[in-house]
Design a protein around this ligand. Structure first.
Ligand SMILES: *[C@@H]1O[C@H](CO)[C@@H](O)[C@H](O)[C@H]1NC(C)=O
Ligand SMILES: *[C@@H]1O[C@H](CO)[C@@H](O)[C@H](O)[C@H]1NC(C)=O
Length: 369
């Protein structure tokens, strides 16, 4: 029990801080710090502190959030990391750029994600000022320095190595880079068959750096079905069928990502990187929305034009009365209810969804360590 060891070995003061933080010692043994990296699917508000157009800080974003206000999350309510924290009984992590993130709150973890980023540095350049993935990793290093000043280098290392990490990247390397405009720089440079291995090899470097920074349990999500999002249906679909070119890109990327993670795990000699098959999770909703209690998987709740998929979700957009009936909240991002089902699979899904294992199994393993 990693946290139990931490308890024994550290000063009374630190133990007291943890006890305060968690409210009770009952949940103590299971508490892990939680770190989040990636794009808008997991950003919980960092972009609010940046001068960028990639933001979700106006209504109706957040309409179903407890405050009913926009928070910077690209969701009507909670997003995937929020729901993971909730399901684990952990305090939610704050955006790293939040001025409220200091002192004891740092020990819960932090969210470094920034809407618009991809694996590649040139992804999302149109959003100007976003925290690219290497910058997110630099901030993680800075975070560790700040925490070291509070609890010492040894305890910081323990906290980081015992933590859960979630990273969500890749979708933007297609929609906000390769396919952003016809004849994009990357599409003139690479065929899609060669672009995918390039992105995957760059992703490998990112994950190697994350490992060097101490991450030992990392959930890596693949891309969703890029061709089935309302934004792409609006632009490229004739009868509501998923756009083949984008689906092909996702079908190349996801298996190559899993292979790369297997390779990293072999190099690390353990189950460090866990692949979450978010593509399959989404495809389940798309092939049979009614089975999951949705009325539509094609039309976004908030937006305009065909499938509400054109432009952005703004105060002027169409807005559906019940968000729970829609797989997609806006032209690109799932609704809270869809996010809840995705997290359920992350927690308890079979090998088809979680490779080599689900989060419940990870938690059980780590509590025995
Ligand atoms: C992206 O930027 C980082 C840091 O700025 C650099 O180390 C890396 O080599 C760059 N990647 C590519 C493919 O240029
Ligand atoms: C999680 O994964 C394990 C191992 O693959 C599987 O046996 C179990 O049914 C899954 N669900 C739960 C709740 O652990």
């Amino acid at each position: 029990m990693e946290m139990a060891k931490l308890f024994k070995n550290s000063s009374f003061c630190l133990a007291f801080v943890f006890a305060l933080m968690l409210g009770s010692l009952g949940t103590y043994a299971e508490a892990k710090a939680f770190f989040v990296f990636g794009d808008s699917l997991v950003d919980n508000g960092n972009n609010n502190y940046l001068v960028t157009t990639a933001r979700a800080d106006a209504p109706p974003y957040g309409i179903d959030y407890p405050s009913h206000r926009p928070t910077g999350r690209f969701s009507n309510g909670l997003n995937i990391p929020d729901i993971i924290s909730e399901q684990m009984g952990w305090e939610p992590t704050l955006p790293y750029l939040s001025p409220e993130l200091n002192g004891q709150k740092l020990l819960v973890g932090a969210n470094f994600a920034s809407a618009g980023v991809g694996v590649l540095n040139d992804t999302g350049i149109q959003f100007v000022n976003i925290i690219r993935i290497y910058e997110q990793l630099n901030l993680f290093q800075q975070y560790q320095e700040r925490v070291s000043e509070m609890i010492g280098a040894q305890e910081t290392k323990r906290l980081v190595q015992g933590a859960l990490v979630l990273i969500t990247l890749g979708g933007n390397d297609f929609v906000n880079n390769y396919y952003l405009v016809p004849y994009s720089v990357r599409s003139r440079q690479y065929s899609i068959q060669n672009y995918v291995p390039f992105v995957v090899s760059e992703y490998k470097k990112v994950l190697q750096r994350l490992y060097k920074l101490g991450a030992r349990r990392v959930i890596v999500t693949g891309t969703g079905p890029l061709g089935c999002v309302p934004a792409e249906l609006a632009l490229h679909s004739t009868n509501g069928e998923c756009v083949p070119e984008f689906q092909y890109a996702a079908s190349l990327f996801n298996p190559q990502l899993v292979q790369m993670l297997n390779q990293l795990n072999r190099e690390a000699g353990g189950h460090v990187f866990i692949a979450a098959n978010t593509n399959q999770m989404h495809m389940d909703f798309i092939s049979n929305p009614q089975q999951f209690g949705f009325t539509t998987s094609k039309e976004a709740c908030c937006g305009q034009g065909r499938y509400n998929g054109l432009g952005l979700c703004t105060p002027m957009s169409n807005l559906c009365p019940n968000r729970d009936t829609h797989v997609f909240w806006d032209p690109f991002h799932p609704s809270e209810r869809a996010n809840r089902m995705i997290v359920q699979q992350i927690l308890t899904g079979s090998n088809t969804y979680m490779h080599p294992m689900n989060l419940s199994t990870i938690m059980a393993l780590d509590s025995r360590a």
